[in-house]
Design a protein around this ligand. Sequence first.
Ligand code: SF4
Ligand code: SF4
Length: 197
Amino acid sequence: MMLTNRSKSVVKKEMSLVEKLYLPAILSGMAITFKHIFKKPATVRYPEEKREMAPVYRGHHVLKRDDSGAERCTACGLCAVACPAEAITMDAAERKPGEEHLYREEKYAAKYEINMLRCIFCGLCEEACPKEAIFLTDTLVNPEVARDAFIYGKDKLVERMDHRIDVSKRQTADVAMFKHSEMDAKHNKVYKDKTKQ
Ligand code: SF4
Ligand code: SF4
């Protein structure tokens, strides 16, 4: 039964002597190869050379601090609930008197881990966070040889005060509106002030 009228009968044509030598085909293939030698390569020599990432590229996470250096995360667990890959785990602890400069809220994450092998970099943790505490950055996750090394704890996630990370490209007014939250970009301002010095 014919389903369409596009059928084509194939004829097994005898190859000519020139075709049997394969020379024209080899030469035309080599011509294509030589043409590409003089073209700008499409690849880069990573890691010596790095491509500029798109501003919205989602890489390695950062747990932000506020403008005074206290951790913003309150261990509410919303990011872990939102994570489709179940990559986030945490243990909450209560802030003790005298620790106000370390933790912004009365509850904080004593342990916070992301399994980078599970993470699909969807950014849902960032969207779910009501405290503007977790953001994805444009930093690539380092290659490792051991699986355990891909479990990132607070030592790798919490922002360093001497190396603040600008997340203003991700923390836009549209994002704030989406989260129904007041824009609180003080830590970005601190970052910008530091870069001016
Ligand atoms: S980026 Fe997505 S997969 Fe990765 S930790 Fe966040 S919510 Fe989970
Ligand atoms: S990062 Fe945000 S959503 Fe996740 S536990 Fe901390 S405050 Fe809650």
